[in-house]
Design a protein. Sequence first.
Length: 121
Amino acid sequence: MPMFIKELQDCEEFIAGDSIILREILHPDKESLNLRYSLAHAIVKPGETSYRHKLANSEVYYILEGEGMMHIDNESAKVRPGQAIYIPLNSLQCIKNIGQGDLKFLCIVDPAWRKEDEEIL
């Protein structure tokens, strides 16, 4: 297989079910790649919070820019660039942008994200 490179700007931007701005970068259903996981780029605007939701699979956020407050079940912690946050499957989660600029992060879901695996609360 030849080298595969995809530009973020070539990925369609949309509002996800949890209200964040999302661009799906890699997904096994959309690319002819042998992947188990999906990779997306997310943005939460200043002062906004994603809807509380649960996924039937595990997820990792990797913070690229901005400051946030991550909530997983009964725990909360400030998050900043360079940090990875592991979110266990079926955990109640949301993230709030507590900074002045956009909160940008990568989302890795394994196995790959599917709408039917997400519950918005």
